[in-house]
Design a protein. Structure first.
Lengths: 279, 757
């Protein structure tokens, strides 16, 4: 029997443990053209069934030393408060404002570890035309609903990356539009169409609901982002095209912060739109 | 006959019935243990009498008025004589060739004797064996039944793809009448692509492959379709899930046809599968059909020509959540084999075939409307000579030439009718030419060796993505059997094999959407080194086999973040990660026949560890197809001539998956951050299937049975997939994270009416 015990030990003694791949720090940092840099720092929350608002509030990180440099000037960011969003405590630059073609080095020091990242600010999207077309779902025309059609200029020598945010003017917060992220890696023409919709899935009815309704006023942002932020979101989104919805598959999250911090540090340029959906 | 004679006869009959009740008429078939062919002219004598009979060309004999308590003596020159009690006879009597080292009478269990074969861990199933196996969802599915042998795993609930000793689905070679069959599984694994009704025999190897087989690392499944019959017959079934019909038609003395078709109609029973969370929910639809046609032509007493055509088709539609997803896939096989017997020792076989597989996938939910296609085509010419002198030597020398064309993906995507340009959607072509020799011979009274060598040249053709490349590989394989006692043997085998195609899985599921890419100058062929050590013990009615194995695969590939995400990639090779995996394990099986009960128990303990520089920061992780514990047991009980009972119990470690590790706040939303790859496991998978078959009274050639199968008899909720959702956001008082599980098949009764005529 001894040999069988030995075999069992050999076979099961090597079971792998979870390798810790990421630090508990989450960085959400942007710098926009003409604006001060804004860095949100939070710590990870334990994965459990329910997380209450106290735990969420405690996840804010306010003890870090955050340093920003544009190659010429270097400054330590100060902690500010903005009750309109979470985390309501954030770090902001007071001298450095975003400029195109400049490189911004971020350094966050906390718990004796330094987390570094570099970014630049991409150019704004050039929208040539906006129009609205009647929404059609599986061949059925829905005259009360529209798709928003943009015609966008494309420089074929350069890959561009975008995220699209949308909300009804009565809503407090911007939601992810469809598509949420988009790139021009595969587009070889000088212009290309982009069809945006605002669809939410209603869990109760099990149906998709279109929120681009005739007469409603919508606000939309096409945000030029860095390739790093694009691939961060892509890895967060997971395998959205999997034939099996929400399969037990997950990607390792792509982050451009060193030392295993989760998140991104990215330059952004925002083009904003506000329109009433016409008949 | 006048009235008086008639009355006397009736009275005599009544007298006989009352006084000689234990006498009966019997009819059984005698079959060669090794070849599975019927044996003609076997003398069947009632012991201590001069009465007896001889078997006919089908190996069948009839005897009338035989006492249950009597014994029958089966004898034929060249075979071991057997004496079996009439009451112990069960359908088929196997006679062993006298030259066999095993002198004891061995009653055959579910599969053939391991003791007689040099190669360890080889499974051989004849048509008779398949008939004895239990029903699964109303089918005796040979591919699924191989899953229940040691060392073979299933991916998840209902998968019919084979995962052999840690390898993925692409590492298995499946041949149907010597023709390459690319895809053997259907969605959800409800059925395998092989309709068992047309199977004559199946041989499955996971070590010590015959040198005639190359190009795959993990296993070889060689399926032979039915041989021409002496008389036309049909068999089929009508069930709740599928209907099938197979005809073995004798056209004349030289021509015969085998026709077989099957169609499912799961769509009628979708209410069984529950809501949209089920893979076969109400807004989804799935069907499959397959058709086999084979023509056999006897050119002369020594030559024959067999031409096989095989078509499989699957169609899956998903219209849930407003989607319009369509998946279609199928194989088209066509091939012809010429066999010639030069002498009693020398024979040859030549096969020319083409195998085409296509998978297409369309969706409108993405930012684009798109459809994708993937194809795999193998045009093959094979030839070998076989010198076979039983128990002296067996030498096979042959050559294979294959022209392979693989299209990993061709995606047509449009945004508002404007086509999206995706570069380098090339077809990859390569040719491979192999020469091989395989020799089996006894080096002493107790030791037998089988050694093979295969030399393969691989030539890939240049296209926009890869340059012309040439690889030359030598693939040795050797097996030893040391039969130190009449009923016990040790076996050893080693093989080093190469594979020139690489599979990248979409998910842990063995979907037909998996991409295949060809080895190139930067992507070296996958290479396996496998060592096996086996022990076989057999006694009357008992077979015990165990094996230890170690397998190392280098240049093992995965796509970064799953292959579907690479649909829009301009160079599919850029997304390939190259790593390695090691698999080792202990396999044990025991089967025993006790009177009317035949039972088999199989246990596998194994570990498969993969390592990629780019995954988990280079740390090793449990491979997706790793299942440390696997237990299968099968039982078959013949209650009487009418009723047969069957049971199948499975217990397997859950599949690996990657679970959320913690929650992050980004963009004011909770986002799940996952742990290292495959660090968690699903709950253990276990299931019990029960079946009961009732045979109706034969009416001439017309035979029929009614089968009731209870799939997942105790309704265990085995998860098919696990996913997570978050509810609430930062403004809410709490965020709730729920783990959701989809189960594929609940308890599922199926009723099948099986018939033959």
């Amino acid at each position: 029997m001894k040999i069988y015990y030995l075999l069992l030990i050999v076979l099961f003694g090597c079971e792998n443990n979870n390798v810790i791949l990421s630090d508990e720090l989450t960085v959400e940092g942007q710098i926009l053209e003409g604006e001060f840099a804004r860095i949100n720092l939070t710590n990870s929350l334990p994965f459990s069934g329910v997380i209450d608002s106290m735990e969420v509030a405690r996840s804010m990180e306010a003890k870090a030393k955050v340093e920003l440099s544009d190659g010429e000037i270097s400054e330590i960011l100060t902690l500010k408060r903005d009750d309109s969003r979470f985390p309501y405590l954030y770090y902001r630059s007071n001298i450095i404002k975003g400029e195109l073609n400049k490189q911004y080095n971020l350094s966050v020091t906390i718990r004796g570890k330094e987390f570094k990242s570099i970014t630049t600010i991409p150019e704004k999207v050039n929208v040539l035309d906006v129009s609205f077309s009647t929404w059609e779902e599986e061949g059925v025309v829905e005259p009360d609903y529209k798709d928003i059609n943009f015609t966008i200029e494309n420089n074929t020598d350069e890959d561009r990356y975008f995220k699209i945010l949308i909300k009804n003017e009565n809503e407090k917060r911007f939601e992810f539009a469809r598509p949420f992220i988009f790139n021009t890696e595969n587009i070889s023409t000088n212009t290309f169409p982009l069809i945006v919709s605002y669809i939410k899935f209603n869990e109760d009815s099990g149906e998709k609901e279109n929120h681009v309704r005739v007469g409603e006023v919508l606000e939309l942002k096409i945000v030029s982002i860095t390739k790093e932020q694009f691939y961060f979101w892509k890895s967060i989104e997971g395998d959205v095209t999997s034939p099996l919805e929400d399969s037990s598959f997950s990607n390792a999250v792509v982050s451009n912060i060193s030392n295993g911090a989760f998140g991104y540090w990215s330059g952004e340029s925002v083009e904003s739109f506000k329109f009433e959906i016409p008949e | 006959m006048n009235k008086a004679q008639l009355v006397c006869l009736i009275l005599f009959s009544v007298f006989l019935n009352n006084n000689i009740a234990a006498q009966k008429s019997i009819s059984f078939q005698v079959i060669d243990f090794d070849t599975n062919y019927p044996i003609q002219d076997v003398s069947v004598q009632i012991e201590k009498t001069k009465r007896g009979a001889f078997t006919n060309a089908k190996g069948i004999f009839n005897l009338n008025n035989v006492l249950d308590t009597r014994s029958l003596i089966f004898s034929k020159i060249g075979y071991t004589t057997q004496t079996i009690k009439v009451s112990d006879l069960k359908g088929v009597i196997y006679l062993e060739p006298k030259i066999s080292a095993l002198d004891e009478v061995v009653i055959r269990n579910f599969s053939s004797s391991q003791l007689k074969r040099v190669v360890p861990d080889q499974i051989y199933l004849s048509k008779g064996d398949i008939e004895k196996l239990p029903f699964i969802l109303g089918e005796k599915d040979v591919i699924k039944l191989i899953q229940y042998t040691p060392g073979v795993q299933q991916a998840t609930e209902g998968q019919s793809g084979l995962l052999v000793r840690g390898g993925n689905g692409s590492m298995n070679l499946t041949l149907l009448d010597n023709i390459y069959l690319h895809n053997t599984s259907h969605l959800g694994g409800v059925f395998s692509a092989i309709n068992s009704d047309f199977v004559q025999a199946l041989e499955f190897s996971k070590a010590g492959f015959d040198a005639a087989y190359g190009g795959r690392l993990s296993s070889v499944t060689n399926i032979q379709t039915l041989k021409p019959s002496d008389s036309t017959y049909f068999e089929g079934s009508l069930g709740l899930l599928s209907t099938k019909l197979t005809g073995n038609i004798k056209v004349n003395e030289t021509n015969s046809l085998l026709l077989s078709g099957r169609r499912t109609y799961l769509e009628i029973f979708k209410p069984f599968f529950g809501d949209d969370t089920s893979v076969l929910g109400k807004d989804k639809n799935y069907f499959l059909y397959d058709f086999l046609g084979k023509h056999s032509l006897k050119l002369s007493p020594k030559s024959n020509l067999e031409t096989t055509f095989y078509l499989t088709k699957d169609n899956f539609k998903d219209h849930t959540k407003g989607r319009s997803r369509n998946l279609e896939w199928g194989n088209v096989l066509f091939g012809t084999t010429f066999k010639h017997q030069f002498s009693s020792i020398l024979s040859s076989q030549t096969t020319l075939s083409n195998s085409y597989y296509e998978f297409s996938f369309g969706d409108n939910e993405f930012p684009y409307d798109y459809n994708a296609k993937s194809t795999f085509n193998v045009l093959s010419l094979k030839h070998f000579f076989l010198w076979d002198k039983p128990n002296v030597y067996s030498l096979k020398i042959g050559a294979d030439f294959n022209i392979n064309k693989i299209l990993p993906k061709r995606v047509n995507a449009r945004i508002d009718e404007v086509p999206l340009e995706i570069l380098n959607q090339e077809t990859f072509s390569y040719d491979d030419f192999s020469l091989y020799g395989d020799l089996e011979w006894p080096i002493s009274q107790k030791t037998k060796v089988k050694a093979g060598l295969r030399a393969t040249s691989f030539f890939s053709k240049k296209n926009a993505v890869v340059d012309r490349e040439h690889y030359f590989v030598i693939e040795p394989r050797v097996s030893f059997k040391y039969q130190f006692k009449e009923n016990q043997a040790f076996k050893m085998s080693y093989q080093r094999l190469s594979q020139f195609i690489h599979q990248a899985s979409v998910t842990s599921f063995s979907l037909p959407a998996d991409f295949f890419v060809v080895s190139s100058n930067n992507l070296k062929p996958q290479v396996v080194n496998q060592y096996s050590l086996g022990y076989a013990f057999e006694e009357n009615g008992l077979q015990l086999n165990s094996a230890l194995y170690y397998k190392h695969v280098s240049n093992y590939t995965e796509f970064e973040n799953g292959s579907v995400n690479n649909l829009f990639s301009n160079n599919i090779y850029n997304d390939i990660l190259v790593g390695k995996f090691d698999s080792y394990g202990l396999e044990f099986s025991v089967s025993k026949k006790i009177n009317k009960l035949t039972a088999q128990f199989a246990l596998t303990l194994s570990n498969t560890i993969a390592e990629f520089d780019e995954i988990n920061n280079g740390h090793s992780f449990s491979a997706t197809f790793d299942r440390p514990i696997n237990v299968n047991s099968i039982a078959h009980y013949k209650l009487n001539d009418r009723i047969e009972l069957g049971a199948l119990f499975l217990f397997t470690s859950g599949q690996n998956y990657t679970r959320p590790n913690d929650v992050r706040i980004i963009n004011e939303r909770p986002i799940l951050n996952f742990e290292s790859k495959n660090a968690s496991r699903f709950p253990n998978y276990h299931r019990l299937d029960l079946s009961c078959t009732y045979a109706f009274k034969h009416k001439g050639k017309w035979k029929s049975k009614l089968n009731l199968t209870l799939y997942n008899a105790y309704n265990n909720k085995n998860p098919f997939q696990i996913y997570f959702s978050t509810e609430g956001d930062i403004d809410d008082t709490f965020i709730e994270i729920t783990e959701n599980r989809d189960n594929l098949f609940p308890i599922l009764p199926t009723l099948n009416w099986l018939f033959s005529f």
